[in-house]
Design a binder for this molecule. Structure first.
Ligand code: UDX
Ligand code: ADP
Length: 479
């Protein structure tokens, strides 16, 4: 498939990335920064997103990202809505569009919606002339490359293609550090020359031994498997957190004790209110769907439990709040500290906060929400979305609940003023710097604090007068 005309050096390479999201944006900015002679164009159908990428206020918050973008933008990094122009003028095209879980039709609730990927492949086929390397960056079900290849084969202008899988392993909040010094870069494909061409790009700043090459399917499956294993660790420690609460053990102590075993390792053992983010749940459900498709029902059930445990953990947290507040939160004010799915991002996709807020609103609580990076619009959208019924409608009652019982404020003190309880949903560092005496004084008494991230010092808070409920540890009464 690869014509001999492909140059072996990346010097005259032109890259286009379709999709200017949390993955496409930072990844392309890093490639452009590290390789000034490669022209990188990021295209997206969403005009306002592109406008933001071209402005001082980027559409995503990611520490260090602005500096990287500013270094390359206007030099060899362009953001545009001209998808066709971007495809035409590039040798290498990354597909980095969203692949959400399907909400209806076959495989609803499990399979990935590949509509956007397929549309990209068709657009590439239509617009291309000559030879192009198409790189799957989005997380995709195994063997999606096969579908992409078939679509590309029908290119009307006789264009030829190599398809590579190059899954992204960056985590939000640390994307820049992850892109600068990844544990590994994975490139799957059939054409040695295409693999080499992409490897040469990464080689500009990543040691060659960290660039792994595999066949296409192994690469696609490795991404799903990595996320499934990571999520499984979180669900495992969260399962143990329930047992710790019942027995009086402390989950952070248990995590430390097991994490020092070099075979287990210390990372991803932080018990929490539940994992969120755009990848973990989606990828596991994808894996479950794949297993079912191949008749591996027992394997499917095994992985499904990771998501079941995560739902249990989120539910346990909201139930504990209601139970502790004397079995009713109706008309009680609860401060929600943090709404993003983790710190250092403005992303709220699958954030545990959404589900905990939903449960508390159903119980009649008044929520005062503060997150340092998430906008009020995003919070209200997420809450509306979570109340959608099967026909994707939100009832008048739920709309009213969101309008009347949700207030979004611009600092943590405001959120806790007159509150009956505080729920820490995201581990933002600024929550550790607050004057908790001041917070306590302005709350209703007794003042309850539910730390869904175990970031605040429970004993110290108890000495101030709080009743503290963490994850996986005994509650601490005011001393
Ligand atoms: C994840 C993978 O880490 C990354 O490699 C992949 O490319 C995309 O998916 P991301 O979702 O951005 O990245 O964040 P991650 O740091 O993995 O956290 C996911 C969720 O798990 C967050 O809600 C986080 O708070 C939670 N988590 C993580 C825990 O609750 N405990 C932990 O010990 C680690
Ligand atoms: P991720 O976290 O995987 O980067 P995002 O949702 O943040 O996902 O970004 C995906 C981007 O892809 C969105 O900005 C969306 O507008 C864009 N997109 C989806 N389909 C297409 C398409 N066919 N052509 C161009 N852009 C697309």
């Amino acid at each position: 498939m690869s014509p001999s005309s492909i140059p072996s050096s990346p010097n005259n390479l032109r890259i286009c990335c379709i999709g200017a999201g949390y993955v496409g944006g930072p990844t392309m900015a890093m490639i452009a920064k590290q390789c000034p002679e490669i022209h990188v164009t990021v295209v997206d159908l969403n005009q306002s997103r592109i406008d933001q990428w071209n402005s001082d206020v980027l559409p995503i918050y990611e520490p260090g990202l602005k500096e990287v973008v500013e270094q390359a933008r206007g030099r060899n990094l362009t953001f545009s809505t001209d998808v066709e122009g971007g495809i035409r003028s590039s040798d290498m095209i990354f597909i980095s569009v969203n692949t959400p879980t399907k909400t209806h039709g076959m495989g609803a609730g499990r399979a990935a919606n590949l509509e956007f990927v397929e549309k990209c492949a068709r657009r590439i086929a239509e617009c291309s002339v000559g030879h192009k390397i198409v790189v799957e960056k989005s997380t995709l079900p195994v063997r999606t490359a096969e579908a992409v290849k078939r679509i590309l084969k029908s290119a009307p202008n006789g264009a030829t293609f190599d398809v590579l899988s190059n899954p992204e392993f960056l985590a939000e909040g640390t994307a820049i550090a992850d892109l600068l010094a990844p544990d590994r870069v994975l490139i799957g494909g059939e054409s040695a020359s295409a693999i080499e061409r992409l490897a040469q790009v990464y080689e500009r700043w990543i040691p060659r031994e960290k660039i792994l090459t595999t066949n296409l399917w192994s690469s696609e499956l490795s991404k799903l498997t990595a996320n499934a294993f990571l999520a499984q660790r979180v669900s495992s420690i969260n399962a143990i957190s329930a047992l710790c609460e019942a027995t009086g053990a402390d989950v952070d102590e248990v995590a430390k004790a097991i994490g020092t075993d070099s075979r287990i390792g210390p990372k991803f053992l932080k018990a929490s209110v539940g994992f969120g983010g755009s990848c973990f749940q989606k990828d596991i459900l994808n894996l479950v769907y794949l297993c079912e498709h191949f008749g591996l029902a027992d394997v499917a059930r095994y992985w499904e439990q990771v998501v079941v445990m995560n739902d249990y953990q989120k539910k346990r947290f909201s139930t504990n709040i209601v139970r502790t507040l004397f079995h009713t939160v109706s008309d009680k004010q609860i401060a929600i500290w943090g709404f993003a799915f983790k710190k250092d991002t403005n992303d709220t996709r699958e954030s545990a906060a959404i589900y905990v807020c939903r449960d508390l609103l159903e119980e009649g609580a008044r929520l005062v929400i503060y997150d340092p990076r998430v906008s009020e619009k995003q919070i209200r959208n997420d809450l509306l979305h979570v109340f959608k019924d099967q026909s994707l409608e939100v009832s008048a009652r739920h709309r009213q609940l969101i309008e009347k019982n949700v207030t979004v404020v611009s600092d943590a003190y405001q959120a806790s003023n007159q509150a009956h309880a505080i729920a820490v949903m995201t581990e933002w560092d600024e929550f550790k710097q607050l004057d908790m005496h001041r917070v306590h004084q302005n709350m209703q008494q007794p003042a309850f604090l539910f730390d869904g991230r175990n970031i605040l010092p429970a004993e110290k808070l108890a000495s101030i007068g709080f009743e503290v409920h963490g994850i996986g540890r005994s509650s601490t009464l005011p001393s």
